[in-house]
Design a binder for this molecule. Structure first.
Ligand SMILES: [Zn+2]
Length: 351
């Protein structure tokens, strides 16, 4: 899903906006880390689409596979920041905060692009966050060409058979345990890597084709958790980025348990760093890519204590505090063009 993200404070005033949706976030994060991308989907002919397309243009993405139609408004997701007392940092809604009208995401009814168009892209990874006919067709096309297929569903959706097909074509499947609990009924034996995230409790992963055991990775404890939105997208992006940084010709059959472990820890480090400021991709807007990379690598390599990356681990704690102080200083001196708080409310008709 590619959508416009509108971040609102607890008084429903605009805090920030930009490219969003899981696919939008992952493509944007990886783009900022140097990857090129070819987003596929349908957008409207509206302000929201222009904002999204301009962000993709800045990332030098290939926009040939984006279809625009007047009849299908670009999806808009409102992210409401919550008070500390609620126990959650945010909640998502498709409903306009002014009038309640929704601009939800809909499966794109686009034909599979012709082979010459798909062959020209030559991706390393296909990323899907929803089970759609188009997504599965594209995944199947590239899977036959040894491309890694990553599926990160937030729900089964209203077509279990389509979901089953997406699981069948995926090499890596990642999901949050609080969003998807009922996977037991699906055959997951052919999935190469399965990752189940548990928020602040970390994640579990296994490679069913290698062994059935789950391996647990504790989360890094950030010194100041401001906003957990986008945490999963950072973990995914970090995982993929690291796998291909270590092995530019990486395919799913070349991924080992150890490499997977390292890559997930790198992703978790990025997640922890992003949770220390507001917005699903705030880290990119606040720190330089080199600094982000260095902090995440330092964090990833900090010594483990009793299997936990942080508990009693002064080294990791100091690295996170270093990241926090950098984020704080950037916030006090935001770089030019940084979209900070604006004291107005926004209706979907303006987008
Ligand atoms: Zn509205």
């Amino acid at each position: 899903m590619i959508a416009l993200d509108i971040v609102l404070d607890s008084d429903k005033k605009l805090l920030n906006y930009g490219l969003g949706g899981s696919a939008g976030n992952v493509l944007s994060i990886l783009g900022s880390l140097g990857w090129s991308s070819s987003p596929i989907g349908k957008l409207g002919c509206d302000v929201a689409a222009e904002i999204i397309l301009n962000e993709f243009r800045r990332l030098k993405a290939n926009l040939d596979l984006i279809v625009q139609e007047h009849s299908s408004p670009t999806p808009v997701i409102y992210q409401h920041q919550l008070d500390w007392q609620s126990g959650r940092t945010h909640k998502f809604s498709f409903a306009c905060p002014i009038c309640g009208v929704k601009r939800p995401w809909q499966a794109p009814n686009i034909d599979l692009p012709p082979p010459e168009v798909l062959d020209a892209i030559q991706p390393n990874v296909v990323y899907m966050d929803r089970a759609t006919t188009l997504g599965i067709q594209i995944a199947q096309y590239y899977k036959e060409r040894n491309v890694m297929i990553f599926f990160e569903p937030s729900e089964v959706g209203n077509d279990p058979d389509l979901f089953r097909q997406a699981l069948a074509v995926a090499d890596m499947v990642k999901y949050a345990d609080d969003r998807l609990e009922d996977l037991e009924v699906y055959d997951r034996s052919k999935i190469f890597v399965e990752i189940c995230t548990k928020g602040s409790a970390g994640l579990y992963f296994r490679a069913p084709s290698l062994a059935s055991d789950w391996i647990e990775l504790d989360a890094y404890s950030a010194p100041s958790v401001i906003d957990t939105s986008g945490a999963g997208d950072w973990c995914t992006s970090g995982l993929l980025y690291y796998l291909f940084k270590k092995d530019p010709s990486c395919t799913i059959s070349r991924v080992t348990y150890n490499r997977l472990n390292e890559a997930l820890r790198f992703g978790q480090a990025l997640s922890a760093l992003n949770c220390m400021s507001t917005g699903a991709r705030s880290l990119i807007n606040t720190l330089h890519t080199k600094t982000i990379n260095k902090l995440a690598e330092d964090l990833q390599q900090a010594k483990l204590v009793n299997g936990s990356p942080l508990e009693g681990n002064i080294e990791a704690e100091m690295i996170l505090r270093e990241g926090w102080s950098k984020l704080l200083s950037r916030r006090l001196n935001p770089k030019a063009g940084n979209r900070s708080s604006r004291d107005y409310r926004i209706c979907h008709t303006m987008l």
